[in-house]
Design a protein around this ligand. Structure first.
Ligand code: PSU
Ligand code: MN
Length: 303
């Protein structure tokens, strides 16, 4: 039988020696970013961590086997494959039974990272509650997964194309601790401020590590979500962002776009209208979260 979890040698060694490790998802490069930028971003994130003395554990599914610590060859292969599955937790059994490969979402990545013993996970933007969810029930499995997975997730909030207020309500209901990193407002992914307040602010990686350790001492199983906003210099101009988003939403309605097609439509619209600037911001956001994840992992490893 193929293994149900394969931990690469470098990741296993780092964990055994209590060196810092940061998990990275693969849906970001199998489904989130266009080629060839997707591969560059995936490999850059790994290099960024290694230069900071942190072991990267990029997670995905290769021929049905969940892998924690994809090799460069495996990342290259997944970034190029046209037939990857987008693998959330419900898709893991299908991938295993059929021997398929694919990128793991935040939900599946968090689960596999935790099973491997990795304590910190950096992503770009978490999945959340979609606009119109009161009709469609479209809410990402990322939220439910984080309610039962004791890990630290670093994200720049959720994309503004989602219903940010409803997502924050669900995070509360699901007992997920939300910390603002050097901010008291929830980030809006492309912009620093989504307009929603969050209760707790932390100012350095050691404070995040202290909250994660307290969570463990209390025997709680939920994630700590670190909301890390993009810097003011790198954000999309908030005025432009608001206008483009309103246009994109109106365009989707006029074109009768619904369901799963909505997110790709909105993201593509925003990208075209901003002349690719939103894609650059997306990459900058990710870089910021990867860097902070490394610092938090280092603080946790110090104990
Ligand atoms: N946010 C994006 N692009 C993405 C994702 C999130 O802007 O590709 C990915 C992440 O992997 C996230 C997943 O976990 O989509 C959520 O998908 P869904 O809403 O189908 O649960
Ligand atoms: Mn969905």
């Amino acid at each position: 039988m193929p293994p149900t979890l394969l931990i690469s040698d470098p990741v296993a060694a780092a964990l055994a020696e209590n060196r810092p490790v940061v998990a990275l998802e693969s849906t970001i490069f199998t489904h989130g970013l266009p080629q060839p930028r997707n591969l560059e971003v995936a490999l850059e994130a790994e290099d960024q961590l290694r230069s900071a003395g942190v072991e990267p554990a990029t997670i995905g599914v290769v021929d049905g086997v969940p892998v924690v610590g994809l090799s460069t060859d495996e990342i290259v292969r997944l970034a190029a494959a046209p037939d990857n599955l987008k693998i959330s937790i419900r898709d893991l059994p299908v991938a295993r039974a059929t021997g398929r490969s694919g990128g793991t979402t935040v939900a599946a990545t968090a689960l596999l990272a935790h099973r491997a013993g990795v304590k910190v996970f950096s992503t770009g933007g978490l999945g959340g509650v979609h606009r119109g969810a009161s009709e469609t029930f479209d809410e990402s499995a990322d939220l439910v997964a984080l309610s039962v997975t004791p890990i630290v997730v670093v994200s720049a909030g959720v994309k503004s194309i989602l219903d940010v207020g409803a997502t924050l309500e669900r995070l509360e209901t699901l007992n997920i601790t939300v910390l603002g990193y050097r901010t008291t407002t929830f980030p809006g992914f492309y912009v620093r401020d989504s307009g929603f307040e969050i209760g707790f602010r932390v100012d350095d990686p050691a404070e995040v590590a202290a909250v994660a350790s307290a969570r463990d001492e209390l025997g709680l199983d939920s994630a700590v979500l670190v909301a890390n906003p993009i810097s003011e210099e790198l954000q999309l101009d908030p005025q432009v962002h608001a206008e483009v988003l309103a246009q994109a939403i109106a365009g989707a309605e006029a074109a009768g776009i619904t369901g799963n097609a909505t997110t790709p439509y909105l993201l593509d619209h925003i990208q075209r209208v901003t002349g690719g600037r939103s894609l650059d911001v997306n990459v900058d956001v990710y870089r910021g979260n990867v860097g902070l994840g490394g610092e938090i992992a280092a603080a946790l490893a110090k104990g």
